[in-house]
Ligand binder design. Structure first.
Ligand SMILES: *Cc1c(COP(=O)(O)O)cnc(C)c1O
Length: 384
């Protein structure tokens, strides 16, 4: 039976990493076979070449590939010698991983509110938190380029310089995003990336990387990545094991070649949604003039979010809520974090109103067309 547009749209999911595989199947299979045939499976040529290619793409000198985005953040913190007794500032509306990494190195997460327009760290709230610490001063800040929209890195770097803070950018959702023409990951002392399969640049397993322009930090990251080894069996500092494997590196090298293309597709879908929803009942994403948004997520807002979600689900459109529970409200974290003065009102409001429409590059034009007409036709009373 031929597939109709309707039967296609009935199957739209919030993310679809398999579409990336299917789009480049032959190249990916060849890359995997190459690794299997050569017989070197950990820290070989594929990882080295991926590190060079990814550093060049971001516009930095160094890239150190690791086992996940959480490890990338953790290693970046360790490279800055942040640990027990230290405080690290970030947001509460983020992946648990951001805050987990701070806790994993023994530091205390301090969570400040977000800008209501861009969902990224509100710099006024950040400054208030920095100026009114609960105890030890804040030593580092992790700006999260959430949903693929970059933080305002000009003001962010100025603030960090004023208070002598390390900047570790959380770029897990922003491969290729830029602010003022410069790619994220190149602004901070360090930038951390995740290659979880659904990210803009994804592996087909776990993976991550830390980038930096500082060769000394890069050397330290390489030591920390593998037991503190300066050479095989010789540990000169205490370290851990967080390596990217050759198979994932080979797959990432293929997917990196298509990242610009995939981001362009995400942006084209987003611009169709923008146009169709500009005068609808939902609020469309705000993009700062200096920002190059790569739409890891296309996030709309409505006070009647739950009904919109059900309405779309009933018509076969899967959506996601990133994130339904801010970290400071999570049972596992609420007692080990501190919050900035003034509370987290915008963060809490966002968690009730946000909805991520499918925006992955595997969507067909017909699917995008149907999703946008469904949302455009919805009114807060449309519950059937
Ligand atoms: C995915 C993600 C991470 C963590 O990456 P993992 O590879 O899953 O460990 C960190 N921060 C943000 C904002 C993310 O979206």
């Amino acid at each position: 039976m031929p597939k109709t547009i309707e039967s296609n749209v009935l199957n739209v999911t919030a993310a679809d990493p398999r579409a990336t595989y299917l789009a480049h199947k032959d190249e990916i299979r060849a890359a995997i076979e190459g690794v299997l045939d050569r017989g070197r499976y950990i820290l070989g040529d594929e990882v080295r070449q991926f590190e060079c290619e990814f550093a060049r793409y971001i516009g930095v000198r160094e890239c150190v590939a690791v086992a996940s985005g959480t490890d990338a953040l953790q290693l970046a913190l360790r490279a800055c010698e942040i640990g027990p007794g230290d405080r690290v500032l970030t947001v509460s509306n983020t992946a648990v991983a951001t805050v987990a990494a701070i806790h994993l190195v023994g530091a205390t997460p301090v969570l400040a509110d977000v800008d209501a327009r861009t969902f990224t760290l509100d710099l006024e709230c950040a400054e208030n938190a920095i100026r009114h610490p609960h105890g030890q001063r804040i030593r580092a800040v992790i700006p999260v380029h959430l949903y693929g929209h970059p933080c305002a890195m000009d003001a962010m770097t100025a603030l960090a310089a004023r208070y002598d803070l390390r900047i570790i950018e959380d770029c897990a959702q922003a491969h290729g995003a830029a602010f003022g023409g410069r790619r994220v990951g190149s602004f901070g002392h360090l930038g951390a990336f995740s290659f979880y399969p659904t990210k803009n640049l994804g592996a087909f397993g776990d993976g991550g990387a830390v980038v930096t322009n500082d060769p000394q930090l890069a050397t330290k990251l390489r030591l920390l990545r593998q037991y503190g080894w300066s050479e095989r069996y010789i540990s000169i500092i205490p370290g851990m094991n967080t390596r990217l494997d050759e198979l994932q590196a080979a797959i990432l090298r293929v997917n990196l070649r298509y990242l610009e293309h995939a981001n362009a597709r995400r942006r084209a879908i987003a611009s169709e949604y923008d146009e169709a929803l500009a005068t609808s009942a939902v609020q469309i994403p705000v993009v700062l003039p200096e920002a190059f948004h790569v739409y890891h997520q296309y996030v709309i807002r409505s006070e009647d979010r739950e009904n919109l979600r059900i309405y779309l689900q009933r018509r076969g459109v899967g959506t996601a809520v990133l994130y339904p529970v801010p970290i400071h409200c999570q049972q596992g974290y609420r007692d080990i974090i501190e919050t900035g003065p003034g509370g987290l009102r915008e963060t809490e409001r966002a968690s009730r109103e946000i909805l991520c429409l499918p925006v992955h590059p595997g969507l067909t034009n017909a699917q995008v067309g149907l999703i946008k007409s469904l949302v455009a036709a919805w009114t807060p009373q449309t519950v059937r």
